[in-house]
Design a binder for this molecule. Structure first.
Ligand SMILES: NC(=O)c1ccc[n+]([C@@H]2O[C@H](COP(=O)([O-])OP(=O)(O)OC[C@H]3O[C@@H](n4cnc5c(N)ncnc54)[C@H](OP(=O)(O)O)[C@@H]3O)[C@@H](O)[C@H]2O)c1
Length: 287
């Protein structure tokens, strides 16, 4: 496989940035170069040199998707646009890699297997579940479900680091449980599936390790960056959002089983190791 045959969609997002670093010769586009919500733009695109589409584009504003405009945007990007890419993949005999979410489940099962029935709670979740169904129509597809993504760009770890530096003592939810996924590791897992001709289909991917709450992760970020974990107060999701309007329901249990991807020979790193390396890198970049 030659990485110049890869086309990365949503190239400027967290995952797109990691994919571009891993595949320096890949072609890539974000919304300004190819708006995947336009069937005409996707159909008229020159696919002749492309053998693999990796779709890292998404509408990821979970609460924004609960608004009237957000609902439309989420469905356009997360479902309709996936259909356009699937159509291109089928027409041009291209393998499509699509990324989905723990949010396609209601969070009552632990851990989530690839075979679990869809049970999305909010609008973002429903639009992602629709994308999962659409991508399944492509004969050559890899659907990777992931959770709690951390890379370059706005994310929970950088938000907590910034709050710590500002001396803020945050309340953080302690009843949503899962594992972090670092985009560098997710990009490597995608490469592993493609380079090893793994069987097509659905794979979970997060970093490995124990399942913890967002409050636990916030405490580790505070400790690791030289502040005190006692500055973080754990609260329930219900307490955190009490009185706030327009909040999407969240799955409480986000842990994804990693047995299937491990059976292909991929060994996911522990999220604690990846988090430590990430914070060291971010601190070094600032100094
Ligand atoms: N972030 C998480 O915690 C999380 C958790 C589970 C699953 N996931 C999934 O993981 C994948 C990657 O997430 P991420 O965190 O990397 O997302 P992200 O940082 O929000 O990146 C998404 C990218 O898609 C682009 N995009 C939006 N609409 C587009 C369009 N019509 N055409 C082309 N590009 C478009 C966005 O551009 P603009 O910024 O200009 O809109 C952005 O660059 C997504 O499928 C997401 O659903 C994420």
């Amino acid at each position: 496989m030659n990485d110049s045959e890869i086309f990365i969609v949503g190239a400027n997002g967290q995952l797109g940035t990691a994919l571009r670093a891993l595949y320096p010769n890949a072609k890539s586009a974000d919304i300004d170069e190819l708006d995947i919500t336009s069937s005409e733009s996707v159909a008229s695109f020159d696919w002749s040199t492309i053998k693999f589409i990796i779709n890292a584009a998404a509408y990821t504003n979970v609460d924004g998707a609960e608004t009237a405009e957000g609902r439309i945007a989420a469905w356009k990007v997360n479902a309709t646009a996936v259909g356009h890419l699937v159509q291109a993949a089928i027409t041009h005999d291209i393998t499509i890699v699509h990324v989905s979410s723990d949010y396609v489940f209601d969070g009552t099962v632990n851990p989530h297997l690839e075979t679990e029935d869809l049970s999305p709670l909010g609008v973002y979740a429903q639009s992602k579940a629709a994308g999962d169904l659409v991508v399944g129509l492509a004969p050559k597809n890899y659907l990777l479900r992931t959770s709690w993504v951390i890379g370059e760009g706005k994310n929970f770890v950088l938000t907590m680091k910034s709050l710590a530096e500002q001396g803020i003592k945050p309340s953080v939810v302690n009843d949503q449980i899962g594992r972090l996924t670092f985009t560098t590791d997710l990009a490597s897992a995608i490469a592993h599936l493609l380079f090893n001709n793994a069987p097509y289909g659905t794979y979970n991917f997060t970093n490995d390790g124990d399942s913890v709450s967002w409050a636990d992760i916030a405490s580790i970020v505070y400790d690791t960056t030289g502040y005190s974990s006692s500055d973080v107060t754990g609260v329930t999701t219900a307490e955190y959002y009490n009185g706030k309007q327009g909040i999407a329901p969240r799955p409480l249990q986000s842990t994804l089983s990693l047995d299937k991807i491990k059976a292909t020979g991929f060994v996911p790193r522990d999220w604690r190791e990846a988090l430590s390396e990430y914070l060291t890198k971010k601190t070094a970049e600032e100094s």
